[in-house]
Design a binder for this molecule. Structure first.
Ligand code: SF4
Length: 65
């Protein structure tokens, strides 16, 4: 089952934890200093869940499709 990731950039504080844990899925925008979803449907379920759990402001959402 595919997982769709959404990241609420308005809530993101730019700590980069998600990027460290899951660099194939999350990227960092140097201009806004916030993370964004770099690539969907990578099949990196485990690290997406780790990143969502590690986010200090809980702004990463994972939906099963
Ligand atoms: S872990 Fe959360 S707050 Fe930190 S950069 Fe990623 S989305 Fe933003």
């Amino acid at each position: 089952m595919a997982q769709k990731v959404t990241l609420d950039e308005a809530e993101c504080i730019g700590c980069q934890s998600c990027i460290e844990l899951c660099p194939d899925v999350f990227g960092f925008d140097d201009e806004t200093e916030k993370a964004y979803v770099y690539e969907q449907y990578t099949g990196e379920e485990e690290c997406i869940e780790d990143a969502a759990a590690a986010c200090p402001v809980d702004c990463i959402e994972v939906e099963e499709e």
